[in-house]
Every structure is written in C-alpha cells, then in structure tokens.
Write a protein that binds this ligand. Structure first.
Ligand SMILES: Nc1nc2c(ncn2[C@@H]2O[C@H](COP(=O)(O)OP(=O)(O)O)[C@@H](O)[C@H]2O)c(=O)[nH]1
Ligand SMILES: [Mg+2]
Ligand SMILES: [Zn+2]
Length: 333
C-alpha cells in the first residue's frame, strides 16, 4: 500500500513540506470513533488522538479533522499516535447543524467529509424515491466541488424503473443516473468504471437505501453490516454508525456513511447554478434582471411552466433551497 493509493498527491506533499524534518508522518483519517481516529500511515494503521493544541487552534468544529483528511501524526507506539496538525483540504462537504443558543437561532457548519472526488447519491426505488430530496443532495454536492452520480437502487421493488430514471435525468443536469439492484452483485458492474486509483467516492443517501449493500457487492464480501431484511421497511435505524473509508484491492476508495436524518444545506445561493442549471438558463430570458420567478411579467421561467417544459414542483424546490441558502448567508455575515 502506498500513500498514493489513499489519494496522496503533489497538492498534499507540498503542504507537508513544513513537517518533513519533524519525524512526523502524513496519515489519512479512515474512520472516526468517539474519542479517537483510525488513520493509515506508512507505519500501518494507528489509533490517534488530537494534541490539545490542535483542538485549541481550531476556530470551530469545522476546522477539526474528519474522515478523508490528511493529518500530521507523531507515532507513539506500534498502534498509537497523536495528531499534530491537519493538512489543507482539497475539497470538503458540509451541512448546517441548526440549533438554538439562548433562544436565538444559530448556524454551525458541520464538515461531513473531506477530500471526496465523487459522490454516489443513492436513492431507493421503493418508498424512499423522492425527486425533491435528490435535488437537495445534488445541491449539497455541487457546493462541495465533488461530482455526483445518482444511483437508483432496488429496481426489483419498482414497477417502472426506467420511468423513474427519466424523471431523475430531467433534474440531474450533467450527473449520470444509473439503475441498480445491489442485492444482485452482478448488476453493479457499471459502477466499477467509477473506481479510480487514489480517488474517493462517497455514498450518500437515507438510511436503508442500500449503500452498504452496494459496497459489499463491489467488494465481493460482506464487509459492511447491512440491515436485516425483516426490518428493512422500518425507518430510522442506522446500521452503519461510522463514517469509514474502504480501500479497494484494485484501486479506488469508497466512503460508507450513516444515514443523515436532516440534511440542511451549507453553501451559497450561487451553488444552485449547477444543480438548477435549467432554471438559471431560462432566467437569462426573463424581462427583469432581478426577476424572482414568482409572478413578474415577462418571466421566462413561469412561461416554461405554462408551456409544460418545466414542472412547478421543481420551481418550488428551487425557491425553497434558494431561500434556505440566502437565510444561511445572512446569518453567517
Ligand atoms: N429488494 C432489495 N433490497 C435491497 C437491495 N439493496 C439492498 N437491499 C436491502 O435494503 C436493506 C438496507 O440495506 P443497507 O445496505 O443496510 O442500507 P444503508 O443503510 O443505505 O447502508 C437491506 O435489508 C438490504 O438487503 C435491492 O436491490 N433490492
Ligand atoms: Mg449502511
Ligand atoms: Zn423570471
């Protein structure tokens, strides 16, 4: 195994130069536990904690290491070490962890994962299927700088998978959409094309859509715990409790994720330009440059809805996500 297998590149090597003489090692955070991290380094796997000063220097939760980060580790024994610093991220994706403090609404960035190249947005073709949720995921991924691929799993539970696929294709822009049935590992072949040495693919989606089953199918072994079938229609149980990176023998890294109940966006209104490119392209033709596409005269977006080329549900979804992002922006400044 090499550092490159885990995604090491000149970008990180340059950040590590400052630490080269220290005798510390670069290490990849591959799993987050409650009080420590599991990292991979050229000395093998280590269990590490933060040095107090890392916690102290971090401006907030968003600056602390997460799965996918490269960190600077001082080995202390064969199995243990200490994190002294975290190398700058190439990319990361975040959500907003809303909460209140002293009765006031507050916003807080939670970095979910770092240095992800591609996201598989997994959706089940059973009761989970929901175009609006897929739009939310696509927007979250476009804020992160990673590319997205949509996987519609459990084709065996759906009467018209192709119909669902075309509905998703209408909202997914440049992101490819694939149908799959993870229960039958033979049906996952197309996904192997996405696995590239040193590149990280994160699987995101509600609990129970089949993320861990997909990973097991690709690996050809039952590595990730999967929810028992008898319970598979009950919502709210997370079998995967930890975010974790898995290295493929032939190259490529997959990240399994626990389901997230609340997926509040963290980003900027401009991020919708990618996930709602159809609406933003229409908006160029609106009569007013600051048209809100609500009821203004000469609105090209409303015209498209009247002509049946755009769905009104998609426009309301756009309004909803845009207002969520604008509110977030105003609270942050
Ligand atoms: N019918 C059907 N069930 C599936 C398929 N893929 C996964 N499942 C089942 O869905 C349940 C949840 O899968 P799991 O991988 O734990 O989902 P995760 O929470 O997204 O990781 C399990 O009972 C799987 O056996 C599929 O293609 N068809
Ligand atoms: Mg799982
Ligand atoms: Zn308009």
């Amino acid at each position: 195994m090499t550092l490159e297998d885990w995604g090491w590149s000149p970008f990180f090597a340059e950040k590590f130069i400052a630490w080269e003489k220290s005798g510390y090692l670069p290490a990849k955070v591959i799993r987050g536990e409650k009080n420590y991290f599991r990292v991979w380094s050229l000395q093998g796997e280590l269990m590490v904690r933060f040095a107090g000063k890392v916690r102290y220097k971090a401006g907030g939760r968003a600056d602390l290491p997460v799965v996918g980060d490269w960190v600077v580790v001082e080995p202390q024994s064969e199995q243990r070490g200490i994190i002294h610093a975290q190398l700058e991220r190439k990319s990361s994706f975040s959500r907003n962890l809303p909460g209140t403090r002293k009765g006031k609404e507050r916003v807080e960035q939670q970095v979910i994962a770092a240095n992800v190249d591609l996201v598989f947005i997994v959706s089940g073709l059973d009761r989970d299927f929901n175009l609006r949720r897929i739009e939310r995921y696509l927007t979250l991924v476009s804020s992160s700088g990673a590319d997205a691929v949509v996987l519609l799993n459990k084709t065996d539970l759906c009467a018209d998978p192709e119909g669902c696929r075309s509905q998703v294709e209408a909202i997914s822009g440049n992101s490819p959409v694939h149908l799959c049935m993870a229960r039958d590992a033979g049906q996952l072949d197309i996904l192997f094309n996405y696995l590239q040495p040193g590149e990280t693919i994160a699987l995101l989606g509600s609990s129970g859509v089949g993320k861990s089953t997909i990973i097991n199918g690709l690996l050809g072994e039952e590595r990730q715990k999967v929810r028992p079938v008898s319970l598979s229609d009950g919502k709210g149980r997370h079998t995967t409790t930890h975010r974790e990176l898995i290295l493929f023998p032939d190259g490529g890294i997959l990240m399994d994720n626990p389901g997230m109940r609340e997926l509040n966006l963290w980003g900027e209104a401009e991020d919708l330009a990618e996930s709602f490119a159809d609406i933003e392209n229409l908006a160029v033709h609106c009569k007013f440059r600051d048209c809100q596409h609500k009821r203004e005269p000469g609105c090209a977006v409303i015209r498209a809805i009247e002509a049946g080329t755009l769905s009104s549900e998609r426009l309301s979804s756009y309004h909803k996500l845009k207002s969520e992002l604008s509110k977030l922006q105003s609270r942050r400044t």
